[in-house]
Design a protein around this ligand. Structure first.
Ligand code: 2P0
Length: 327
């Protein structure tokens, strides 16, 4: 069995039609599909070093040793395919704050599977990489692809059809993204716990799951037609509907803070006044504003002025997960 050190990079992604809930916990199969954009400027770089002298996997995130947890579980899947048993050291760096609703697990697991597959000499299709990334984190399946990507929930019990696919490249519709940072600390309830709590206790969860398919159809059509207004309407609806399902959980999950809400109203006012921008909010307090090309500077200026906003990040859409030079 041959193995070698390998590295990869992957961009974070932001869902425009949200993923919130699972149909299978063990295989991490989503209850419904989702559609996202992959970002250029927020990325994870990961190096996988197989090392026969290690007794167990090691995982270092942003210079801090972590329990290998799900990283080790995904490495097990890669090793199983490769017929290997050697332990690995995994070193990962995010160029954005970890754990604050900026989906570091998405870019993290996408980069991990690309690097690990290469480290163990596996030639995997993007679809296979997407399925492997999903086992680490559902949203990571989408970060294998650049631009606009759609996650299919699949129907098979073994989950082989629960993978993402590309819809449109970044170059074909180069939207811009402004992230308003309203709190850079780690979130109180992680996505996985939050979605499981919502599934168990929210009376609105069944309605959420039942209505995702129509949002996917609308978003897919809007993306194909480059219809920004239609995409804006669908994406804001999906985000607010997801948060409504969380708010109705017991106890309710409230990821927003006053600055999140100030940004939401600012974005709505801008769009009413003719600027091509819409908001989305994930399982954290940051607000993400998606803009037509050329609008992000103005949007960033306005969001930076909202009370409680500590920073704004401006970026565009980027490519899919890819091998990188070993640092
Ligand atoms: C999304 N989020 O579609 C949604 C919106 C957060 C809010 O995907 O349990 O960390 O690892 O599959 O991928 C976050 O969920 O959850 C997420 P797991 P993940 O982007």
């Amino acid at each position: 069995m041959s193995f070698k050190q390998a590295a990869a990079r992957a961009g974070a992604n932001i869902a425009l039609v949200k993923y919130w809930g699972k149909r299978d916990q063990r295989l991490n199969l989503p209850a419904a599909g989702s559609i996202s954009i992959t970002l250029a400027g927020l990325e994870t770089r990961t190096t996988v070093t197989p090392d026969p002298t290690l007794g167990a996997d090691e995982f270092v995130l942003d210079g801090v040793e972590q329990p290998p947890g799900r990283v080790g579980a995904v490495l097990d899947l890669v090793r199983e395919r490769a017929g290997a048993t050697v332990a690995c050291r995994v070193e990962s760096r995010n160029n954005f704050p970890t754990g604050a609703g900026l989906a570091s697990s998405a870019s993290g697991f996408a980069a991990l599977v690309v690097a690990a597959a290469q480290a163990f000499g596996l030639q995997l299709s993007e679809s296979e990489l997407s399925g492997l990334a999903r086992r680490g984190s559902g949203s990571a399946a989408r970060s294998i692809f650049g631009g606009f990507a759609e996650m299919d929930p699949g129907h098979r019990e073994n989950g082989v059809d629960a993978v993402a696919r590309p819809l449109l490249s970044a170059e074909e519709w180069p939207l811009e993204v402004v992230v308003a940072i309203t709190d850079s600390g780690s979130k109180a309830v992680g996505s996985r716990d939050g979605m499981n709590h919502t599934m168990r206790t929210s009376p609105y969860y069944p309605a959420w799951v039942e209505t995702v398919a129509e949002d996917l159809d609308a978003a897919r059509s809007a993306i194909a037609a480059r219809d920004f207004e239609a995409l804006a309407e669908t994406a804001e609806h999906s985000a607010l509907k997801m948060h409504a399902s969380m708010l109705a959980a017991r106890p309710g999950l409230v990821y927003w803070n006053p600055a999140t809400l100030a940004c939401l109203h600012a974005v709505r006012a801008l769009r009413s006044a003719g600027t091509g921008v819409f908001f989305t909010i994930d399982a954290g307090p940051q607000l993400k504003a998606v803009c037509l090309p050329g609008e992000s500077e103005r949007v960033a200026g306005l969001l930076a002025d909202q009370p409680g906003v500590s920073d704004v990040l401006v970026t565009g859409l980027g490519g899919g997960a890819a091998r990188a030079a070993v640092p």
